[in-house]
Design a protein around this ligand. Structure first.
Ligand code: ADP
Length: 334
């Protein structure tokens, strides 16, 4: 379990249920998405119709599940939550679709990971509110058409580009969720602190926000760990000093890098002079699998402009040297 990991783990789910904004006005940031969605939902409500299908794309922890629940609340509709990997067979999907109520929201997380046959069934369901259920096998197989009540599909994916165009085209509205800036994360943290009944001052919230990798889920998780520290080691109030001390214990640095991220950067700088160095060599140097370095550590380092992937290998940027408090070789004195 990684304290700065973006996926939900451990006790996240239980706590997140309590921290989820309940309507669009409580949802912090993502102004564009909020404005657009507000229009889509209001218009549908005025027409007394089911809202168009919505595709939400964006990294884990940015609020896709939360938004789908808000859509349901704003439409005053029930919601069913499932995910692409949970739908292995077209039959699994048919069972879900045929049990939906009129106007229900179907949230399909990781929609890009659905099986092919299920995906094809979904095309027809989205467009015509109808599925063909295949009964029997071989030459005797027959397709039984099944009418579905109108519903709203809310699909979520880490990248809209991963979806086959025919699926992407069937969404009436696509929203791209961006990483949050520190001031927005600060608002998320203040809001969560209020709900968790934790005292926090603005500098404390800013300190946590700056280490949260643009991700509300991580902000909420760091807040909980800092709260523990404040409670055990101080009087419970979160200040800048308390946040710094707590996150030092958890090895999350001022930019939100954890031990692994720093180990990768440090090896790149100290052992290989900043690169270029091959991924395999770098992985051996930090004693990790190639995949771990490439998929766990590098994406954030690249996003932060600390590391670049070049055809000749991994290269550290000047910002990486500065961040680790080191001097790049060419700038070093004689
Ligand atoms: P995703 O489905 O994209 O992985 P979630 O919707 O599960 O992300 O959000 C993760 C956590 O972050 C939840 O606890 C949620 O309350 C919080 N969160 C996400 N976006 C926001 C936001 N815009 N405002 C406040 N809290 C948010």
């Amino acid at each position: 379990a990684r304290i700065v990991g973006a996926a939900a783990e451990g006790d996240d789910q239980a706590v997140e249920a309590a921290l989820r904004p309940k309507d669009l006005s409580e949802f912090v940031g993502q102004e564009k998405v909020r404005q657009q969605l507000d229009l889509v939902l209001k218009a549908a409500r005025q027409r007394g119709a089911t809202a168009d299908h919505v595709l939400l794309s964006g990294a884990p922890g940015l609020g896709k599940t939360t938004l789908s629940m808000i859509i349901a609340a704003e439409m005053n509709a029930p919601i069913r939550i499932t995910s692409g990997p949970a739908i292995q067979h077209a039959g699994d999907l048919a069972a879900i679709l045929s049990s939906l109520q009129e106007g229900e929201i179907l949230f399909l997380d990781e929609i890009h990971r659905m099986s092919r046959p299920a995906e094809e069934m979904l095309y027809m369901a989205m467009e015509d509110f109808r599925v063909d259920v295949i009964v029997g096998k071989g030459p005797g197989a027959t397709a039984i058409p099944l009418e579905l009540p109108p519903f709203t599909l809310v699909g979520a994916t880490t990248r809209a580009g991963l979806l086959p165009p025919p699926l992407r085209d069937r969404f009436g509205f696509t929203a791209h969720m961006e990483f949050y800036d520190p001031s927005e994360l600060q608002r998320v943290i203040h809001r969560s602190a209020g709900l968790l009944d934790v005292e926090i001052d603005p500098a404390g919230a800013a300190e946590i926000a700056g280490r949260s990798r643009g991700t509300p889920r991580i902000a909420n998780r760091l807040l909980r760990r800092v709260r523990d520290y404040a409670q055990v080691k101080a009087d419970g109030t979160i200040t800048r000093e308390i946040a710094e001390a707590a996150l030092r214990v958890y090895e999350v640095d001022s930019r939100g890098l954890d031990r692994l991220d720093r180990a990768v950067l440090e090896a790149l700088l100290k052992l290989f002079g900043g690169g270029p160095v091959g991924l395999s060599t770098l992985a051996v140097a930090v004693g990790e699998e190639r995949e771990t370095v490439e998929e766990v550590a590098e994406p954030f380092l690249v996003r932060e402009g600390l590391l670049a992937r070049t055809p000749r290998g991994r290269v550290a940027t000047p910002a990486a040297w500065t961040h680790l408090g080191l001097v790049p070789p060419q700038a070093a004195g004689p």
